[in-house]
Ligand binder design. Structure first.
Ligand SMILES: *Cc1c(COP(=O)(O)O)cnc(C)c1O
Length: 453
């Protein structure tokens, strides 16, 4: 809006806006950056200052901000149709997108249930898996196996299968209880291992034991494949996902993969499960699906799961779930164009040298005295800061070291947001190689400054 000063906007923000995952008492004391424009990997505030978007706007952005072709696709679609319901009507754009996605999702995943964010995509997955078991005559299969440090969204069903205590413990009385398996968090292994190369995946052994004990009462298992994002960018050892698939098969659980963060290229392939040749029974996609432009999500499943819901109207086998803005045509049109750009720009190929460069630079970070661990999966990384590296002693929570590093990085034109004391690297996939170096330079300087003894 022209004519409103930054100062005025800040004041109204503090008076009216309640920010997600934010202690508003701190926020009200700060001078928030007010973003007005975007350009490629950059966000530009109302005063014209530029910030490199180091977290791809909450892990959604793929081709950069305000990419001309995506803007055009959106403009064209808005002149045709802004929205029409999918309850009772089919939509041109949602059909085209489902057809297109069927060509790239793992073989066998050909049924697409639309919604509009990652949490709902996971709610759908959980409800679908349970109702599937009911229709198959196994209503006793009503529990879910999940992992410590898992994050699947913030609605109550998604929180129930989540495992991040600081976010989730308050809501415990409202949740259904899930069976929590140890996370493959090698740096702080709960099983007491310290080398994924030689431990034989003790954590997978623990999962196997849980499956033996509880498997027969479980509808499904929920996992973020390869990378637990919000839990701290925890990277699973090779072979883990494949082993999870085997265990699900052995014990009759549907395997639900949450690719909300990993889907659409983040890991270096279109979908994370491709790295291990795993095909889940249900897969949730959101964040990058519409390139960071608009809210859109889809829960993908197999013909077998879909078929279990077929029946006479009166049998009430219908999947009674839906969202007002399911399959929004604007979002679908942008998603279709985004998939075109993946090919046109050979984005996955272009990603490989950037992934390699990130790996190189992370080795340098690893040598900093207060870096305990560096973890990378494709173009995503976590740099875990610790007070004492030899003993892995964490910084006290109240020191807000992660937050302070990100505030410091702003002085170097970097916007980032930490996960506790883990610094996150998660730029738009289309980030230019020199911008990636700029991002890492800024983060490195900020880490050095804040952790200097
Ligand atoms: C962000 C995220 C979600 C939740 O998505 P929202 O759109 O924020 O509801 C779910 N699962 C994973 C793995 C995520 O990273």
């Amino acid at each position: 809006m022209k004519g409103v000063s930054t100062e005025q906007l800040r004041e109204w923000d503090k008076r009216h806006v309640w920010h997600p995952f934010t202690q508003m008492q701190d926020w009200e004391k700060d001078q928030p950056i007010v973003i007005a424009r975007g350009e490629g990997s950059w966000l530009i505030d109302t005063d014209g200052n530029r910030y490199l978007d180091g977290v791809a706007s909450m892990w959604t952005n793929v081709h950069g901000h305000c990419r001309r072709e995506l803007n055009e696709a959106l403009k064209q679609q808005v002149d045709r149709l802004e929205h029409a319901t999918m309850l009772g009507l089919a939509g041109e754009q949602s059909i085209l997108l489902a057809h297109r996605l069927a060509g790239i999702t793992p073989t066998g995943l050909d049924r697409f249930f639309y919604s509009d964010n990652g949490s709902t995509a996971m709610e759908v997955a959980v409800k679908m898996a349970f109702q599937y078991q009911v229709h198959r005559g196994r209503p006793e299969r009503k529990r879910f196996i999940t992992f410590r440090h898992a994050y699947h969204g913030d609605t109550l069903g998604a929180v129930s299968v989540g495992g991040i205590d600081i976010y989730h413990s308050t809501f415990r009385p409202l949740l259904f209880d899930a069976i929590q398996a140890p996370a493959p968090y090698c740096y702080r292994c709960e099983m007491g291992c310290n080398d994924p190369a030689t431990c034989g995946m003790t954590c997978a052994g623990a999962l196997e034991a849980l499956m033996k004990q509880h498997g027969a009462t479980c509808a499904g298992l929920v996992i973020e494949p390869l990378l637990q994002g919000a839990g701290g960018m925890l990277v699973q050892p090779p072979g883990f996902l494949k082993r999870v698939r085997e265990l699900c098969d052995l014990h009759g659980l549907l395997m639900i993969t949450d690719e909300v963060a990993t889907g659409f290229g983040r890991t270096g392939r279109m979908f994370a499960c491709e790295h291990e040749g795993v095909v889940p029974d249900i897969m949730a996609l959101s964040k990058g699906i519409a390139a960071g432009y608009l809210p859109l999500a889809v829960t993908v499943t197999t013909e077998e799961v879909y078929a279990a819901f077929m029946g006479e109207y009166a049998e009430l086998k219908t999947f009674f779930h839906g969202h007002t803005f399911s399959g929004n045509p604007l979002a679908c049109a942008v998603a279709l164009k985004s998939l075109e750009l993946f090919e046109q720009d050979r984005l996955l190929d272009a990603l490989q040298p950037k992934i390699a460069r990130l790996a190189e630079r992370l080795q340098e970070f690893a040598r900093l005295p207060h870096v305990g661990d560096v973890r990378q999966c494709g173009l995503a990384a976590g740099i875990e800061l610790v007070e004492d590296a030899p003993t892995k002693r964490p910084y006290p929570w109240e020191q807000k070291v992660g937050v302070r590093v990100c505030l410091e990085a702003r002085k170097h034109g970097i916007f980032s947001r930490p996960l506790g004391n883990t610094i996150v690297v998660f730029p738009p996939l289309a980030i230019k190689p020199d911008e990636l170096d700029l991002l890492l330079d800024g983060l490195e300087r900020a880490i050095r400054t804040v952790t200097a003894d």
